[in-house]
Each structure stands twice: as C-alpha cells, then as structure tokens.
Ligand binder design. Structure first.
Ligand SMILES: *[C@@H]1O[C@H](CO)[C@@H](O)[C@H](O)[C@H]1NC(C)=O
Ligand SMILES: *[C@@H]1O[C@H](CO)[C@@H](O)[C@H](O)[C@H]1NC(C)=O
Length: 358
C-alpha cells in the first residue's frame, strides 16, 4: 500500500511537470516509420509511400488526409494524449517553428523508413533512421542558437523520445528478393546486423541528449493483410512472425543493456506483440469482426493497390483490425497503446477512449 502510493506520487510528479503551469515544458521527439508518420512523406515529392489521399484520416479531425497511414490516431498519438503530451507536428510541415518545437517537439517519422539506410528504396524517397537523426541534429542546432547551449542541453535531456522502426527492414528489405540484403544475409546474421545498427543509433541519440526513450517492438507482421495473401490459406506467415519475435527479444535485451551502461538512460522497451496475436485469435472478445483484411480495400486488385480514393470502405471501421494492407486501424492502435501503457505503468490522464480529435 505504502509502496503503491509512493509510486503513484512519483508518477504524478513526473507527469505533472509536463502538463501544469510550469515553464519547464517537456517536448517529444518521435522517430519512426509509417506507423508513426504524421505527414512527413506528404512533403517528400518523390515518395511512393504517401497517405495524402482519401480515405486516410477519415476518422481524424476534419476527416481529410493528414499524412497518417491510418483512419484515425497512431499509437504515439494515443499514448501522448493519455499521458498529457501534445502531438508533435511533422518535421517537414512548413508551419513548424522554433516556438512549436520548444513547446511540443517534432516528429521525424517517415513511411517506408527503416533502421537500415538501404531499406525501402522501392519507395524512392523516405527518411531512414540515420537521416531522421541527422535532421534532429539540425533541430538541436536551431534550438541552441535560439536559447543557448546550456538551456538547450537541459531541454533535450528532459524531452521524451519515441522510436518505432524495424518492420520495413523485414517487409520492404530482407523478405524481398529485389533487395540485396535478402541475398547477403540469413535470419540470424540479418538480425545481428539490424540490432547492431540500432545499438549505434540509440547510443548516438543518447550522446545527443536522449534520456527518457521508449523503443516500440514489432507486431506480428506476418499477419498483415499483405502477408496473408501470400499464402493459399490466407493465414499468417509464421516465418515472418518469428522474425518479429526474435527482433523483439534482441531489442528488449539491447534496451536493458543500454539502460544500464549509458549514464542516466531511462530506456524502455514497449512490446504489444502478444496482445495483437491474442486479438487476432479472439477478435470477438475485443469487439472486432475482421482481423485479416483491410477496411479500405480495392477488392480484387488486392494487394497491388491499397487504400485509394476509389477503394471501398468496410461498413464499421471500428470493427476492422487493419485499415489498409499494412497498417492497423484506429481501434487496433488503441488496443496496442493501452497494452503498452499498462505494461510500462503509465498513468492514464484524461479519457483515452474518446474518439479522435485534431
Ligand atoms: C547512412 O546514411 C547516413 C545519412 O543519412 C550517412 O551519414 C551514413 O554514413 C550512412 N551509413 C551507411 C552505413 O551507409
Ligand atoms: C470516456 O468517453 C466516452 C465517450 O465520450 C464516455 O462514454 C465514457 O463514459 C468516458 N469515460 C470516462 C471514464 O470518463
């Protein structure tokens, strides 16, 4: 009892600084792929991975496409809302200013991006993790010029960092014979290469000031509609899922290790793999009627074309786990976000079940 309330108090005081009056604003810096992109790819003229056409965003704000690769909120939108953090704008959003960065933070996530530089070349233009970190360094320069080195160092050390990449390194690289990595590596050596690269990237972020960082694990990516159509039964690709499981085990170990070895690092690993598998095996229990095909779909031309303005939408978007061939729906993201917050012991603040707001 005593321990419980002490814990609660600590949580309240940590979150308190983020939300109430005090000038010490806590910003969020988000790095990731299309699961976290809030519009960067819209501004990449050459990118083939864009969510800038209907029906993307239909359940978000005014219902117009906003660059998110889903119908509503991303997992980091939901976690941020529930813990009192504003939603950081896309780095490439022309309205981004230093004041906004100081108040809210920035989102560098980019559809098609991976841990590896060579992932997603098929999409022609995307920001890989190293590129996102490079842009973050540019942001740091800008903020240092504005508020001075000392204040800037404090600001970046107090900020929250979210990192969510890796699916593309498998789906749009290793598992695709058009990529050279699929020839040069086997499962284990590719995994070692990925985790080794991720280690360097997280160490670099720590060197740049990141202290409170959450790394998101991979979901059962063999169960996305795009992978299911590869099998005659329409079932999940278990070999692909196994890669996600092994990535998660290795990433979790890496995070524990870095948290111990890097000064003041409070790195956390957020894994929702098991719950997603459970939902997929027991859809009714969670209020889903469909967990294997996209809500926004181009029917017989699946999966070559995913969600387009000419696609048909499912009747009840809240009952479909997948929004398009790759990405979970808003309702699916809500379950994933809830699981992560439960596991990491985040305090719920406000009403996280409310429908999306801009
Ligand atoms: C990856 O890309 C970054 C720039 O985005 C570059 O600085 C780095 O050298 C590249 N790394 C490799 C191994 O190619
Ligand atoms: C959260 O919002 C929903 C929808 O507006 C409402 O039905 C529910 O009662 C609210 N829950 C709490 C705990 O306020």
């Amino acid at each position: 009892m005593k321990m419980g309330s002490a814990f609660l108090l600590i949580m309240v005081s940590i979150l308190g600084t983020a939300i109430d009056g005090c000038n010490c604003k806590i910003a969020q810096f988000i790095f990731g792929d299309s699961l976290f992109d809030v519009g960067n790819n819209q501004y990449l003229a050459g990118s083939l991975a864009k969510a800038n056409l209907p029906w993307y965003g239909i359940d978000y704000g005014d219902g117009l496409p906003n660059g998110r690769f889903t119908n509503g909120r991303t997992v980091s939108d939901i976690i941020g809302d529930a813990t009192g953090m504003p939603r950081p704008p896309a780095f490439l959003d022309p309205s981004l200013t230093e004041d906004v960065i100081l108040k809210i933070g920035v989102n560098y996530a980019s559809g098609g991006g991976g841990i590896l530089n060579e992932t997603g070349t098929y999409f022609i233009q995307r920001l890989c993790f190293y590129k996102q970190i490079e842009l973050f360094r540019g942001t740091q320069e800008m903020i240092r010029r504005k508020i001075g080195k000392q204040e800037a160092d404090k600001f970046f050390q107090n900020a929250r960092y979210v990192v969510g990449l890796g699916s593309n390194d498998f789906i749009n690289n290793y598992k695709m014979p058009v990529y050279i990595d699929s020839w040069n590596y086997n499962d284990q050596s590719f995994l070692n290469y990925l985790i080794g690269t991720l280690r360097q990237q997280l160490q670099l972020l720590h060197k740049l000031g990141a202290r409170k960082l959450m790394l998101l694990g991979l979901g059962p990516m063999g169960c996305i509609p795009l992978q299911r159509v590869l099998s005659t039964s329409g079932g999940c690709q278990e070999k692909t899922n196994q890669l996600a499981v092994r990535f998660n085990q290795a990433a979790s170990k890496l995070i524990k290790e870095l948290s111990k070895s890097l000064p003041n690092a409070g790195f956390k690993f957020a894994d929702a793999y098991d719950i997603v598998r459970h939902v997929i095996s027991n859809p009714g229990k969670y209020g889903f009627s469909n967990v294997d095909s996209p809500c926004c779909s181009f029917g017989p031309i699946r999966p070559a074309l995913t969600c387009t303005p000419a696609s048909k939408l499912c009747k009840d978007r809240s009952k479909y786990f997948f929004w398009d061939e790759y990405h979970p729906s808003d309702s699916a993201n809500l379950i994933i976000a809830d699981e992560i917050m439960k596991k990491l012991g985040f305090l719920f603040r406000g009403n996280h079940t409310v429908v999306p707001s801009p």
